[in-house]
Every structure is written in structure tokens, then in C-alpha cells.
Design a protein around this ligand. Structure first.
Ligand code: ADP
Ligand code: ZN
Ligand code: ZN
Length: 711
């Protein structure tokens, strides 16, 4: 199997004197190139005659790819209808693992050699033990050629370097907090699952602040006590600073961290430490799924409802669901954790596939925050402003008591739209069906879909009027400006992806807030992510209706989850919390569910709405996105696809229709949707259908099984 998007593995001849087994990494010719591939399971396909098979060039001296990873790759490829090689590429994204770092030492009986000053320095540098090549050259202040010369003369010889363990063992015997009765019951059940060494899936749910993290840390402790490894997936690892701090307090050492921004050196050491079981707990983003754990005993998916677990480009897959597959392949328990579980997971609990453990109350008697709806029709903000009088008053009162407040708006930048007052022109992205978002601090307009940026123009590009362009609507930058004017004494911290760029800045922000160096936090959806801010007592949501527009199947569910999570940041310690939701539709089921704290009722109503029409999770969906260079080519290809669509019992095909983002990065897009009953697999319908397509050049068909984005 080669890490490229081919339909399957290729056949190669095994040369005389070489033996290979599935999982071995080998170098093989591919056209004029030499590439690294993995010996795959199964029979050769035999389509190339024996006499024309090209031989394997070399076997790499590295540990083979584990069978469970190979199975996972095959599974994901089959489920997502992706070329298996493309999935393999994700698993091999580690630079081909080196066997062991090598260095140089002085040969046992070095031959006579011509001495020079430079050579003498090399010998002196090695007197105390072996060194890696670069370190040796640096210590002796010589070029690599000098080292090479001594090696060629046989004076120094290569040696494997013992590497210092980078990952200390977490101390699982350190006592955790004394658990409440309900926490202890849940923790005991999870410890049992770990001890069972069998596949199971448990939903651990409970209101924000109920101690879910404390409870699953007990499961991690049990896993470590059994000498096994644990994997924790977090939706946004860049925001995990507080989580890492907490883990370190609980277990005395930091866990191994895995995400796509690691340096290649850290990647390699971490990868190797996982493979040698030296790293016993890994906390990571989606790609951590492919790490080569030899003894995985537990998989935790925290914030399982988060859409960030869905990878939307390349291989389109849901890391939560694939993590469950991974757990099954290694006979390990999986724990899905959320205060606002997805309807998918709830349906799995109701169908008996997943077990549910519930924590009913906030820890330490902290109350759930009171949620108040602010009707923007009754008490609108003054013109050009976005904070209504009741919210402004509540923030002022909170700050006056010396407590912290937070304003939430799920929109980056200053304003989502820039409009010409003279001619009505709207500044749009040239590559996408989208408005450009003003980022005032950077003096730019930016497309949030393709990244296209232009300086904010002085004059309207359409009619030429100067000073006529005006921002419409708010983003967090604009709210920050309004708040600075309304609360001039407040120390404000903005939490958005533009201001918190990595784990360090996120952790620093959290510590500043915990240390009460901040009075008012203004943030985008980043603030919804599991933070624990003990002094925060007021949360104001600027636009609670924001996520409800559009025809998205899960718009209501997602809005409830997001706003409940944001609300859950308030009142996590002794002082009670309050949440003000600014809305134009207080009667909406979403606002009512939030105001009454009735998530279960909301989800039951949501289920009742989706069940009769076989909408997910009571049916299955797969999206086909046709894209082309021109609208015409996209239309023709989409119609062709539709014309050849299969028909049958229990499924239907909707569309084609222009995608809501009908142009994205210059590509014209059309969507079709396959909708099936739950007992019918979409793959069996899609595979023959897609195999019939002969797409012209420049046209692409992307498949999204279980879509959660409908753009
Ligand atoms: P959740 O993950 O459900 O949001 P956390 O595990 O973050 O809840 O718990 C909320 C806060 O309460 C944290 O600061 C946590 O340390 C604390 N906490 C939870 N359970 C206990 C306990 N049994 N003893 C002491 N502190 C606890
Ligand atoms: Zn104009
Ligand atoms: Zn764009």
C-alpha cells in the first residue's frame, strides 16, 4: 500500500533472500521514483504478470506497522469511501520512523591514522562517550568532513545512542480528590470497564462543572495501574492548556501531546515513545488516532459533541466515530464525555449500544446558572450598538461586585459585512460566495472561507465614493470597542482564534483569568471549550440567534450545545452565575430549552422531529459535492451524476442543488444528498454509483459520509 490516492495496494515481487510480512515498511519503485510503502494484508491481485512485476528495492529497518492500525486504515477507507492510500498517508505523516538515533564512538582498537589539530579535537570530544554527528561536529568545532574522514579511516564507528526518556511515567498512586457519591459510582463503573479489557462504549454526561474530568481521570489512573496506555482526544488541542495543567497536578507529570503543529523532532520522539510504550498517556487531536500504541487500554473522547472532531478536507472522517472503531479493534473501552451529548450518541444509548453514566449536579453544591432571555425587540441597544441596556447593567453590576463577566459572540473580526452607503455595494470575496469580514486591527477585509484578504479600501470600488464604506453588524472586535467605551475601567481580555494562537497563549490567558487580572472576557466560540473560571459569574450572549439561520439539520441542536457550554462557564464556584441571552425570538424552542435548562426535553423533541423522516441519527446521509471550474461544467457533471443515480427501496437522492457556498476558492459547487434508512449502508449504494462516473478533467466529486456541514 502506497501513501497516495490509488484505489488499492500494488503488487511487487519479493526478491530472493528477502522475506517480508504484512506491516513491514519497504522502499519500492513507482514509475521513476522510489517511494516508501507498507506491505499490506491480503492476496496479490495478480493483474500484472509475474514476469513484469517490479521488485521491492529495500526493506526499512523500522518496526512494522501494527495490524490494528492497518485494520483501522482499511476500515476508515471503506467507511468514508476514500482511497486507502490517502488514509495510510495520514498514519505515516510521521517522518519515516528512524530505528534508533545513531552517534559516533572511538573504535575499540583504532588503526594508525594521520593526526591533525581538528582530528585531535574530535577524539577529545569523544573521550567522555558517544555523541551524535551534529553534536560532535559542534563540540569539536570541526566540519562534518572531518568526522567523515575519521569514520572512513575506521577510527570512529557508529553506535546506537541511548535516548533520555522524554516521557516520565504519570504517578497513578497520587490520590485524586475525594469523589462525591455519584462521581464515585461513575468512576467505579469506568474502572470496571478498564479492568474488563474488552470493547465497550460509555457516555459520561453531566452538567458543566459536575466533575466529569475528575471522574474520567480515575479511569486513566486505573488504566495506568494496569500498565497500559490511554489516549485522550480533545477537539481543540491548542486550547488544552488548562487540561494539561490539571493532568499534571493530578499525576505529577505532563502527558504526551500530539497534534499537527508539533516540530518534526517532537513528532518523532513522541511517536517513538508511544510505540515503545514509554509514553503512557497521550492527549491529542484527531490525528492521534493513528499512533502506534502497543497496549492501548482506554480511549477517551472529551467534548464528544464537538464538530471540530470532523475532518472536512482530504479524508473526510469523524474522529469521534473512528476513535470508537479504534477502541473496538484493540478491545479497549471508549468513554465519550459531554455536558451536551450529540443526538447521535444519545440515540446509541437508547438503542443499547452505548452505556450511559450520568452526573446530576455541579460539584460542591455550585448551582447551574440562571438563564435570562433578553428580548431585543423590547429592549434594543441604541443605534449602532449591540449591547442592550439590561446586559450593560448586568455587566456593570457584576464588575462593581469585583466579579468577572464574559461577552460571547461567535464571530471573529470587526464586522461581518462592509456596505457602501452611496450605492449599496457589498464587499464580497472574489473566490467565494461570501462577504468579506472586516478586521479593523489589521486594517483588512478577509474571507473566512478561503483566506483572501484586501486592505480596507478608502473609496467604494463600485461607485468611487470616498468614506462611504460602512461596517454592518458586529464581530468580537466591535463588541470589544463598545465594551471599552461602556466599561472604561474594566481590564478586557479578548479570546478568539486570532488572539489565542497556541496552547501557551491559551494557558496564559486562563491563568490571567484565574488570577483575576482580567475583569471582562470577550470571546468567540473558543470560550465555550471546557474552561474553568471560578470567578466568572456573568455570561452575556450578544446574538443567541446567530446559529439558527440556514437549512442545517442540526442548527438548533448545535446552538443549544454551544450556548449551554458558554453558559456553563458561569458560576462554577461558590458565587452563583447568571446568563443573559440577547435574542429576537425568545419564544424559539432553543431559547426556551436554554432558559429552562431542559436539555433532555429539547433533545427528546429533536429526536421526535427527526425520527419519522429517517433523518440522522435515525437514518443515514451521505453528501456528494460536485465541483468544477465553471458553473456550467458543475451543472453538467451534477446532472450526469443525478441521471445515473440508483433507485430502490429505503433510500432517496436529493438534489442536485447549488451548495450554499456555491463558489468556494474559485470552484463552482453543486450538492446531492443520499438519504437512507438506518439499516441500509450508504457505502453499498455509493460505491457502484461512483464507479460508473467518468468525470471530465477539472471536475471533482467529493464524498462526505455522515455530513455535519451542509455548506
Ligand atoms: P466537568 O468536566 O464536568 O465540567 P470538572 O471535572 O471540570 O467538571 O469539575 C469542575 C470543578 O470542580 C473542577 O475545578 C474540579 O477540580 C472540581 N471538582 C470536581 N469534582 C471534585 C471533587 N470530588 N473534589 C474536589 N473538586 C472537584
Ligand atoms: Zn458605492
Ligand atoms: Zn473566499
Amino acid at each position: 500500500m502506497l501513501p497516495y490516492p490509488f484505489a488499492g495496494p500494488f503488487d511487487y515481487r519479493v526478491p530472493h533472500g528477502m522475506t517480508v510480512a504484512p506491516g513491514d515498511l519497504v522502499q519500492v519503485p513507482l514509475g521513476p521514483r522510489a517511494v516508501v510503502g507498507v506491505v499490506w494484508d491480503g492476496e496479490p491481485d495478480g493483474s500484472v504478470g509475474d514476469n513484469r512485476l517490479r521488485p521491492i528495492a529495500a526493506q526499512l529497518d523500522v518496526p512494522p506497522m501494527r495490524a490494528d492500525i492497518r485494520q483501522l486504515i482499511d476500515w476508515i477507507a471503506a467507511y468514508t469511501l476514500s482511497p486507502p492510500g490517502e488514509v495510510l498517508a495520514m498514519a505515516l505523516r510521521v517522518p519515516p520512523p528512524v530505528a534508533a538515533a545513531t552517534g559516533w564512538q572511538i573504535a575499540d582498537t583504532p588503526p594508525e591514522f594521520r593526526q591533525t589539530a581538528a582530528r585531535a579535537r574530535v577524539m577529545a570530544a569523544l573521550a567522555n562517550g558517544p555523541l551524535a554527528g551534529p553534536a560532535l561536529a559542534a563540540a569539536a568545532e570541526v566540519t562534518h568532513a572531518v568526522v567523515r574522514g575519521l569514520a572512513d579511516a575506521g577510527v570512529i564507528v557508529p553506535v546506537a545512542l541511548a535516548h533520555a526518556p522524554a516521557f516520565a511515567r504519570p504517578d497513578f498512586d497520587r490520590p485524586g480528590p475525594v469523589l462525591s457519591d455519584s462521581q464515585e459510582t461513575a468512576a467505579a463503573a469506568l474502572r470496571d470497564s478498564v479492568a474488563a479489557r474488552a470493547f465497550s462504549v460509555t457516555l459520561l454526561d453531566g452538567v458543566t462543572g459536575s466533575g466529569k474530568t475528575e471522574v474520567y481521570q480515575e479511569a486513566i489512573a486505573a488504566c495506568l495501574r494496569a500498565g497500559r496506555q490511554a489516549l485522550v482526544l480533545l477537539p481543540e488541542i491548542a486550547l488544552s492548556g488548562q487540561w494539561l495543567d490539571r493532568f499534571t497536578r493530578r499525576f505529577g507529570v505532563a502527558p504526551a501531546v500530539w497534534h499537527s503543529d508539533l516540530s518534526s523532532k517532537t513528532r518523532r520522539t513522541t511517536w517513538r515513545a508511544v510505540q515503545s510504550a514509554e509514553a503512557s498517556v497521550v492527549v491529542g487531536a484527531r490525528s492521534a488516532l493513528f499512533l502506534p500504541f502497543p497496549d492501548l487500554g482506554l480511549v477517551v473522547i472529551d467534548e464528544e459533541h464537538e464538530t471540530a472532531f470532523k475532518q472536512e478536507d482530504g479524508v473526510i472522517y469523524h474522529a469521534r466515530d473512528m476513535a470508537v472503531v479504534r477502541a473496538r479493534l484493540c478491545a479497549a473501552p471508549a468513554i465519550l464525555v459531554s455536558a451536551t451529548p450529540s443526538l447521535e450518541t444519545i440515540a446509541n444509548v437508547e438503542a443499547g449500544r452505548y452505556r450511559r453514566l450520568h452526573l446530576p449536579d455541579r460539584h460542591g453544591g455550585a448551582l447551574m446558572p440562571e438563564v435570562v432571555l433578553v428580548d431585543l425587540r423590547q429592549t434594543p441597544p441604541t443605534r449602532g450598538h449591540f449591547i442592550s441596556p439590561p446586559l450593560e447593567q448586568a455587566v456593570a453590576d457584576t464588575l462593581a461586585r469585583g466579579e468577572q463577566a464574559m461577552l460571547f459572540l461567535n464571530r471573529r473580526g470587526y464586522a461581518p459585512l462592509t456596505l457602501c452607503r452611496t450605492c449599496g455595494h457589498r464587499m464580497a470575496c472574489p473566490n467565494c460566495t461570501a462577504w468579506l469580514v472586516e478586521h479593523r486591527a489589521r486594517r483588512q477585509l478577509q474571507c473566512h472561507h478561503c483566506g483572501h484578504t484586501v486592505p480596507i479600501p478608502e473609496a467604494c470600488p463600485e461607485c468611487g465614493s470616498a468614506h462611504s464604506l460602512t461596517p454592518v453588524g458586529p464581530g468580537v472586535e466591535r463588541i470589544t470597542e463598545e465594551a471599552a467605551a461602556a466599561f472604561p475601567l474594566a481590564r478586557v481580555l479578548v479570546m478568539a482564534s486570532d488572539t489565542l494562537t497556541g496552547p501557551d497563549s491559551a494557558a496564559a490567558a486562563a491563568r490571567q483569568i484565574e488570577a483575576r487580572e482580567v475583569d471582562l472576557i470577550i470571546g468567540t466560540q473558543i470560550v465555550a471549550k471546557g474552561w474553568h473560571f471560578p470567578h466568572l459569574t456573568l455570561v452575556g450572549v450578544i446574538d443567541a440567534d446567530l446559529g439558527l439561520g440556514g437549512g442545517d439539520l442540526r442548527a438548533a441542536e448545535r446552538t443549544v450545545q454551544l450556548l449551554h457550554q458558554v453558559a456553563g462557564r458561569a458560576g462554577r464556584a461558590e458565587a452563583p452565575g447568571r446568563v443573559l441571552l440577547q435574542t429576537f425570538s425568545p419564544e424559539h424552542k432553543v431559547m426556551q430549552a436554554l432558559a429552562h435548562g431542559d436539555l433532555a426535553g429539547f433533545m427528546a423533541a429533536e429526536a421526535a422531529e427527526r425520527r419519522p423522516g429517517h433523518w440522522p441519527p435515525y437514518g443515514r446521509l451521505a453528501a456528494l459535492i460536485v465541483s468544477a471550474d465553471s458553473a456550467e461544467a458543475a451543472d453538467i457533471a451534477a446532472r450526469e451524476l443525478s441521471r445515473s443515480a440508483p433507485s430502490g427501496e429505503g433510500f432517496s437522492i436529493l438534489g442536485p442543488a447549488p451548495a450554499p457556498l456555491s463558489i468556494l476558492r474559485g470552484r463552482h459547487r453543486r450538492r446531492l444528498l443520499l438519504k437512507t434508512r438506518r439499516d441500509i449502508a450508504v457505502q453499498g449504494i455509493l460505491r457502484p454509483w461512483l464507479a460508473m462516473q467518468t468525470t471530465p478533467r477539472g471536475v471533482e466529486i467529493d464524498v462526505d459520509v455522515d455530513p455535519i456541514s451542509f455548506l
